[in-house]
Write a protein that binds this ligand. Structure first.
Ligand code: NOJ
Length: 575
């Protein structure tokens, strides 16, 4: 068998499927696995190499699957192990691999082990799988330390007020997501079994959730005081006793050795793990997580959190490209995911061009006015940049349709725990998770819901989150019919990426092609981004551009010549 030059995941195009909102094949208003299988041709039309499924394990859905009640089965609203196997087989038939989401930092409070822990005495083996501690104060009524939960409130929950057993347990995200203690042997073995179970079913790798807070200081000391101006949702991430701890790396090394051992037994497989953590402008962290015995990749959120402004974009490229040059670790770019305001809305915000807007605080939850048309132009240009870059690229469903964030959802329809736990101060993430529009037909929730021929129900249920009335304008059917749509751009970019980008060497650098533009060279490919609202003149006599021709402009209707790049647009030049 010929040895591939690079492992498949190094330059893969991966499509993130937020299962609950992708396609509902049984009419209950909630997406399901059969829905995905029925829509695989859409993924194939984008040339994707793999799909990443958000968690589909049994779960009370308090954090939409990031509260896992059983790591070895499928959530009943989504299907069964048999429908999962059918999806993996149908995807494989189209050359699409399946990645799953692994949630090791915590489980659901409904997980069998947690239920066992709360009915077992303090000090028992059942409690040792989690962080149970006595409270402070005479009657133990004060939490064991001052840690705050990532989604608001204390990170500690007391079981009851009984002085004999009023222990507290730790939940870094919410009280419904108790943290595992990975120094416990049962916990370590659990994840060995989880890997093997899903690899045996044909899964090719995992996106690993919440790696930052996995691993704790053994003494669980108080978090040092934080500036009173820090947002409640940021406090946890500044806690040095639970974020990016050395103890976490023991867990990742165990995971990697399980994966490597499996691969050794199955040499035809090429498995991978990508770490989910926000390490923007902290390349030393990416280095640590991508050591040869840890993760294969770590998400590169730098462009996702970058303002639409030349120096910020250049800054976002700098660390990942330097790291690639130094260590060979390829970036895993993304512009969207299910936790962040959608790019069209983000880049259409009145503050999106300000260099100081780079923190996720602002760009993930800015409430500045939105100009959607401007946001869409910038999103097109940003996409054309990221498709050219070395590394893999993770698309989030609906990005290819240019879906905006759904703003102003009625409060009684919001389901994100962030909304409830911050008493509505933060809207939460429902707005980027609204069910996809496939057609123009409002009677089927724009094609999201269908009824199978043998359906038990006679009518379709409302989708679990409300869709705006104009959602059909962004549907696949509507965009198919419009050559200038985001969908056509994404399909073109996917083709061009294969033709002109992934065939190039990985080494990529910024070049100076003029004061207003970002210039990037990768072998024979030159990409120029004009992140201003004015046409930009570029230096066409620059040696990198001489003899090059334009193969793509994200603003094709503009009358820009080869020495002028239209406002808020990107151009690809090839030899
Ligand atoms: C990160 C996931 O992407 C997010 O959706 C989830 O709420 C948290 N981790 C907790 O698991």
């Amino acid at each position: 068998m010929a040895v591939p030059l690079r492992p498949w995941w190094q330059d893969a195009l991966v499509y993130q499927v937020y299962l609950r909102s992708f396609a509902d094949a049984n009419g209950d208003g909630v997406g399901d696995l059969t829905g995905i299988t029925s829509r695989l041709d859409h993924l194939a039309s984008l040339g994707v190499d793999a799909l990443w499924l958000n968690p589909c394990y049994p779960s009370p859905q308090r954090d939409h699957g990031y509260d896992v009640a059983d790591y070895f089965d499928i959530h009943d609203e989504y299907g069964t192990l048999a429908t999962f196997d059918a999806l993996v087989a149908a995807a494989a038939a189209r050359g699409i691999r399946v990645l799953m989401d692994l949630v090791p930092s915590h489980c659901s409070s409904e997980h069998r082990w947690f239920q066992e822990a709360i009915t077992s005495p303090p000090g028992s083996a059942a409690r040792a799988r989690f962080y149970f501690r006595d409270g402070k104060g005479e009657d133990g009524s004060l939490p064991p330390n001052n840690w705050q939960a990532a989604f608001g409130g204390s990170a500690w929950t007391r079981l009851n007020d009984d002085p004999a057993d009023g222990q507290w347990y730790l939940g870094t995200f919410t009280p419904h997501q108790p943290d595992f203690d990975h120094t416990d042997d049962d916990v370590r073995q659990l994840f060995v079994d989880v890997f093997e179970f899903w690899f045996d079913r044909g899964v090719e790798g995992f996106r690993v959730d919440a790696v930052a807070p996995t691993g704790k200081h053994p003494d669980l000391p108080d978090q040092p005081p934080v500036d009173p101006d820090v947002d409640v949702l940021d406090i946890t991430w500044l806690n040095p006793h639970t974020v990016f701890r050395p103890e976490g790396h023991d867990v990742w090394r165990d995971f990697r050795s399980t994966l490597d051992a499996y691969e050794q037994r199955h040499p035809e497989r090429e498995l991978m793990m990508v770490a989910e953590a926000y390490a923007v402008r902290r390349p030393e962290l990416v280095r640590r997580f991508t050591r040869p015995d840890e993760f294969h990749q770590m998400f590169t959120f730098d462009l996702m959190l970058s303002p639409w402004e030349k120096t910020s974009i250049e800054r976002a490229l700098l660390d990942p490209l330097e790291l690639l040059g130094d260590t060979g670790v390829v970036p895993a770019w993304t512009l969207n995911n299910h936790d962040i305001q959608r790019v069209v809305t983000r880049l259409g915000r009145a503050d999106a061009h300000l260099p100081e807007s780079w923190t996720n605080n602002n760009l993930a939850s800015s409430r500045a006015d939105v100009d959607h048309a401007l946001g869409a132009r910038r999103a097109r240009a940003m996409a054309a940049l990221v498709f050219a870059l070395p590394g893999s690229l993770y698309l989030y469903q609906g990005e290819e349709l240019g879906l905006p964030e759904v703003l102003g959802m009625p409060d009684d329809r919001r389901t994100d725990p962030i909304f409830a736990l911050t008493n509505g101060i933060f809207e939460g993430r429902d707005g980027c998770r609204v069910p996809l529009p496939w057609t123009l037909d409002p009677a089927t929730s724009f094609g999201f819901s269908t009824l199978p021929p043998d359906a038990e129900r006679a009518t379709l249920e409302e989708p679990w989150l409300p869709q705006p009335s104009n959602w059909g304008d962004h549907s696949v059917a509507s965009e198919e019919a419009r050559p200038e749509s985001m969908l056509h751009l994404y399909r073109d970019l996917a083709d061009l990426r294969k033709k002109y980008a992934t065939s190039q060497p990985l080494a990529t650098r910024s070049i100076d092609l003029g004061p207003d533009v970002v210039g990037v060279v990768r072998g024979d490919l030159v990409v120029v981004v004009n992140a201003t609202g004015r046409p930009a003149i570029i230096d066409v006599d620059h040696p990198a551009l001489v003899g090059r021709r334009v193969v793509l402009s994200t603003c094709p209707e503009s009358d820009a010549g080869t020495d002028v790049v239209a406002p808020d647009s990107t151009v690809w030049y090839v030899a």
